[in-house]
Design a protein around this ligand. Structure first.
Ligand code: F6R
Length: 262
């Protein structure tokens, strides 16, 4: 794992977009794992801008989202499918047939989850997975105590996540679905490369636990310590509780992999 500290949310998003752009230019048929949420909004703005400005193309890319709410169809304005259409898919040249999210309104949710894991494998796997971190340390909807080897499945949402996500439901926590469909922690760990983004003071404590604490199913993001190629990109506010900030800065300045990104 590496930790990169950038001055602002804008700079975090720009670096994440640089990484996506480099990967999709090298491999146009990239398997790209996507997340929703406020942290990602600026990343998607950046990717849309680069598509318009620099002809960055996603025409052959395949996308797989991490999660979806149970009970919401893709045309529901609170669904993650809807978020993705608005924030990214309609603004770039990705082929709609290659954009994948689970169907939260599926009749057989367990079958939907099994089929999603199969689809990821059969289409060549995820090359680059973008991740955000919830205040409880979740990635996707892998709430505390999610098994570190879990696969895509239905998960009950924690009270903290329901509270965190209420903004998307007009601020009314009672309208937030109680369950989500989510890639498992094990499914996420199968990706070839992952990038976790965190911004703002409210994420500082959980970022420190995920990066510098023990690997524990209580904080599913801590499982990323086991991934062979994972970078955590945070802004200064989200970095405040990391005890080894100067070490991370030194590594970023000296690691040849990042020469083109500094
Ligand atoms: C959503 C997802 C979640 C969010 C996390 C952070 O698809 O995967 O893990 O990334 O809850 O959300 P924000 O960015 O809104 O703080």
């Amino acid at each position: 794992m590496e930790v990169i500290i950038r001055p602002s949310h804008d700079a975090v998003a720009a670096l994440a977009a640089d990484i996506v752009a480099a990967e999709v230019r090298e491999n146009p048929a990239l398997g790209l794992g996507l997340a929703t949420g406020s942290t990602m909004e600026l990343v998607y703005d950046e990717l849309a801008a680069r598509h318009a400005r620099d002809a960055l193309s996603f025409a052959q890319a395949r996308t797989f989202n991490l999660d979806e709410y149970v009970g919401l169809a893709g045309d529901d304005a609170s669904s993650y499918r809807y978020y993705m259409e608005q924030r990214l898919f309609s603004r770039i040249d990705v082929d709609a047939a290659n954009t994948h999210l689970m169907n939260g309104a599926a009749e057989d949710l367990d079958a939907e989850c099994v089929a999603y894991d199969q689809l990821i494998v059969e289409s060549g796997g995820i090359d680059l997975q973008l991740l955000g971190i919830g205040r409880v340390g979740h990635i996707g909807f892998n709430e505390p105590l999610s098994a570190l080897r879990s696969r895509t499945r239905v998960k009950a949402l924690s009270p903290q996540t329901i509270e965190q996500n209420a903004a998307l439901f007009g601020g009314d926590a009672s309208r937030v679905p109680r369950h989500g469909l989510t890639m498992g922690v094990g499914t996420i760990l199968d990706c070839r490369r992952c990038v976790l983004l965190a911004t703002g003071e409210s994420k500082a404590a959980i970022v420190a636990k995920a990066v510098e604490g023990p690997v524990t199913s209580m904080i599913s993001a801590s499982a990323l310590q086991l991934h062979p190629r994972c970078v955590v990109i945070v802004d200064e506010a989200a970095a405040t509780e990391l005890s080894q900030r100067e070490y991370y800065r030194w590594i970023f300045e000296n690691e040849p992999e990042w020469d083109a990104f500094r």
